[in-house]
Every structure is written in C-alpha cells, then in structure tokens.
Design a protein around this ligand. Structure first.
Ligand SMILES: Cc1cc2nc3c(=O)[nH]c(=O)nc-3n(C[C@H](O)[C@H](O)[C@H](O)COP(=O)(O)OP(=O)(O)OC[C@H]3O[C@@H](n4cnc5c(N)ncnc54)[C@H](O)[C@@H]3O)c2cc1C
Length: 326
C-alpha cells in the first residue's frame, strides 16, 4: 500500500476554506515526489456535496464525517472525529491549516497520537522515502529552521493560509469517498454550544486583495489619507504590527509572521521599515512598491520600485496622477 498524506479540510456553513485547497496543492506536489496518495478529511453536517470539490483539487481519497455532532466547531467533538479518521487512514503525514481551528486541533491530536507537530510552516519538502522537512521561522523570524520528525508517525504540521498554491480544479478527476461513522464518546463533551454570534467586520479582509496598501508606523498618523488613496486605486488597507500595537487598526489587518500572509498583485508599503517578521508575510507579492523617508530602509531590498520621501507628501501627487490617467 502507498504511504498517505492526509489533509484536514476546514469548512464553514458548507463552504470549503481556501487554505484547505492550498494544502491539497502542496500535498499533491509532495505526493508526486515521494509516490504517496493524497487523502482529505472533512467534518460537518449535511456536507455530502463537498468531497467532489476536494477530489477536483487533488484528493485521491476523501474521508467524510457527516454528523450532527460536527455541525459547529467544538474542540472535543472534532478531536474525536479527526483522531478516529487518522487511525483509520494511517497516514504518513498530516497537514492542518494554521487557522484558529487548525491551531486548536493539531496540538491536541499530536498529544493524543503521541507524535510531533511543527506549527506555522512556510515551506514543506519531502524525500523519496516520505520523510517530511518542515521549515518555519524561528527566533523571532531571524532565521528559518527545518524540523524533522523521524521517530514518530504521522509527521504533522500546520501551514499558514496564503503560503501554498492551489491546483487548478479538474472536474474529470476521480476519487474514492469514504463515509466515516465516528464512535463519539459523549461523556467527554465538556463544552456545549449555547448560541453563536457572528461579528461582522466593517473592514474588508486583506487576504485575497489584489491591491494592498499597507501602512506602517511612519504613516499611522495619516490613516485617513491612506484609506482615501486605497479607495481611489481599488485597494484594501493592511498594516504592520506597529500599527496594530498602536491601536490604529485591528489585528485582522496585520501582515507578517504573526499576522496574515498575503500575495497581492500590487503591495504598497507606506512608512514600513521592512522588518524580517513583516517581510515573512508579504515577500511573495507580485509587485512591491515602497515609499520610505529613509533610503537605507530594508524594505527597499525587496521592492521592485522604491521611492525615497515623505509618503504623506507623495500620496496627494499620486492621487492627482491617477485622476489624470482616468
Ligand atoms: C516575534 C515577533 C513577531 C512579529 N510579527 C510581526 C508581524 O507579523 N508583522 C509585522 O509587521 N511586524 C511584526 N513584528 C514587529 C517587527 O519586528 C517590527 O517591529 C515592525 O514590523 C515594525 O513596523 P513598522 O515598519 O511599521 O515600523 P518601524 O520599524 O518603526 O518603521 C517605520 C518606518 O517608517 C519610515 N517613515 C517614517 N515617517 C515616514 C513618512 N512620513 N513617509 C515615509 N516613511 C516614513 C521610517 O523611515 C521607518 O523605516 C514582530 C516582532 C516579533 C519579535
């Protein structure tokens, strides 16, 4: 039997999270270099339509646990379901998204299965035997560490959203769907869901934005000007951690190692120095423009276009030029 790579696929209200498809993308690449099979697992209630999409994006086998106990995310219920699927599938590698759900589940499962876990990986490689090399930022992002787990199986890691590439969906792909009946132990369900309240954010999300206008400490006092500029060019406002720490923008806007990983077509860095922890979240952007007063700023090292100057003075000129072009 071939070794297996199992991907935990997250869904909310019947919608598969983008990061799950990204993980199927990297799982397919790893599987092809090490002759392994790609398996997906998904839990929820009334989700029988979802395995088809997972097959289209690269799964050879889909384990589905469709059960009322899994209607809403609750740690113990999901931990029981996933550990049952892992025991049934006996994978060599398990990948989780580094989302709040993945970060909650993966450590519990690694403890239950007595194996290791490397969190927040930004790169995954595999050798012909299926040994996984898991790379992640370490020591505050100042170096990258590659971690292996040679003595315990499965090898497990969480991977940040936006880091890996999805496969092109192929509607002709065929895969096997395995319906899993989980033997839940209800006596261990310590938490009950009483009510679900969904907070609506007024800020557009930075993930998936094609144009991201990111503001750093150097421009945090000019946030209204930055918002206006972003509106004019159809962009979304993001920021560095300094701006979140200063209480100017919420954490969901933060780009970087402890924020979001983004890959827009255009990334504008306004008053951002380019600390390694910031670069970890945006260096794969297609085109980077940086405006900074300091000509030695690190951000210029990765920008395709750099402008040395006061961004608050430069933005009005840019707006004028854009209006003229329109
Ligand atoms: C464990 C850890 C995790 C971290 N995670 C993250 C993370 O996820 N994301 C993140 O961003 N940071 C993160 N950081 C913080 C990071 O190290 C930096 O402190 C932070 O990125 C600095 O933000 P900044 O560039 O906005 O501010 P600064 O470093 O203060 O830079 C401000 C820049 O603005 C320029 N400037 C000033 N005025 C103007 C003006 N008018 N016009 C143009 N330029 C101007 C200055 O020349 C300077 O280069 C993390 C740190 C640690 C230790």
């Amino acid at each position: 039997m071939k070794k297996r790579i199992l991907v935990f696929c997250e869904q909310r209200d019947g919608e598969i999270a983008n990061v799950s498809l990204e993980l199927l993308g990297i799982a397919t690449q790893l599987a092809s270099t090490s002759n392994q099979e790609v398996c997906a697992m998904i839990g929820g209630y009334n989700i029988s339509n979802l395995p088809k999409t997972l097959v289209e994006y690269g799964a050879d086998i889909v384990y589905i646990a469709d059960d009322k106990n899994l209607e809403h995310y609750l740690t113990e219920q999901y931990a029981q379901a996933i550990s049952h699927i892992i025991k049934t599938c006996a994978p060599n590698i398990v990948l989780f998204p580094a989302t709040s759900i993945g970060r909650d589940l993966a450590p519990r499962l690694s403890a239950r299965l007595h194996t290791g876990l490397t969190a927040d990986c930004t790169k995954l490689e595999v050798d012909e035997e299926g040994s996984l090399f898991m790379t992640r930022p370490a020591f505050g992002g100042n170096l990258f560490a590659t971690i292996i787990c040679p003595n315990h199986k499965p090898q497990m890691s969480t991977v940040r959203p936006g880091v890996m590439q999805k496969n092109q969906p192929d509607s002709n792909r065929k895969g096997e769907v395995i319906d899993v009946k989980v033997p839940f132990d209800g006596t261990k369900f310590a938490v009950k869901l009483v009510e679900e309240k969904i907070e609506k954010s007024t800020e557009p999300p930075i993930e998936g934005a094609k144009i991201l206008v990111s503001v750093g400490r150097g421009m945090e006092k000019n946030i209204d000007q930055v918002r206006e500029f972003a509106d004019r060019i159809g962009g979304v406002v993001g920021c560095s951690r300094a701006v979140v720490d200063g209480g100017i923008l919420p954490q969901c806007k933060q780009v970087g190692q402890t924020g979001k990983t983004v890959r827009p077509q255009l990334y504008l860095a306004l008053g951002i120095s380019g600390a390694v922890q910031h670069l970890a979240g945006m260096s794969d952007s297609e085109f980077i423009v940086a405006i900074n007063k300091d000509k030695e700023a690190t951000i210029f090292g990765i920008a395709q276009l750099g402008v040395v100057g006061d961004a608050s003075a430069i933005l009005p000129h840019l707006i004028k030029q854009i209006e003229m072009m329109k």
